[in-house]
Design a protein around this ligand. Sequence first.
Ligand SMILES: CCCCCCCC(=O)SCCNC(=O)CCNC(=O)[C@H](O)C(C)(C)COP(=O)(O)OP(=O)(O)OC[C@H]1O[C@@H](n2cnc3c(N)ncnc32)[C@H](O)[C@@H]1OP(=O)(O)O
Length: 185
Amino acid sequence: MNARRDLAEAVRELASAVAVTDVDDPDLAQAAASARELTKLLRERQLEDVPRTPYDEAVGATHYGWHLDNPALPGLTMVFEDGRATATIPDGLGKAYAGPPGKLHGGVGALLLDVLLSSLVQHHGVRAVTASLTVDYRAATRLDVPLRITGDIVGRSGRKVETVGALWCGEVATVEARGLFVQVG
Ligand SMILES: CCCCCCCC(=O)SCCNC(=O)CCNC(=O)[C@H](O)C(C)(C)COP(=O)(O)OP(=O)(O)OC[C@H]1O[C@@H](n2cnc3c(N)ncnc32)[C@H](O)[C@@H]1OP(=O)(O)O
């Protein structure tokens, strides 16, 4: 893992720890001061945009994650096989992503599916944006169990690519999505 990606992962771990820490106020204050020091260091040189894997590398790749260097997005590693996308979250997403107590925030489920489905479309060589994402929440998603995400392309006409995806908790699809992607550029 390169230094940038390692830092992004460390920041995700930090956010996850911050969300549920119960240390005393002096420790919180010290942590805040340390975090601001780090922010200052990292702002010494800034890019114009977030770094991303070159678009062409997505086409036909078996493993891909254009977003992995950006700690604001989940560290989801995707695998592409036989035209479909899968990702696993072996340790669960963790408490930081809660909406209802102990259960996944719906918006995060939609984000995960959009990341996976848009990447699948890129993998198929179509430079596209999400035009529509319809999400059905079938059951609450636990945060402390392994999760799996799947995505498939189910139709293509002109500039439009239709996809379906699901977030799985064991054998239960807790979140299902239909994504329409429209080719641009
Ligand atoms: C390269 C790295 C990308 C990483 C992507 C990560 C995923 C994302 O988060 S993308 C960001 C979120 N999405 C956006 O910001 C998109 C904003 N929207 C747009 O730019 C435009 O509305 C866009 C490009 C989708 C469509 O506009 P435009 O190019 O003018 O196409 P337009 O002619 O209106 O539509 C093309 C076709 O799509 C259909 N369509 C467009 N939007 C929708 C929609 N919301 N629902 C259903 N159908 C739609 C149209 O009906 C049309 O169908 P047909 O060809 O059968 O007549």
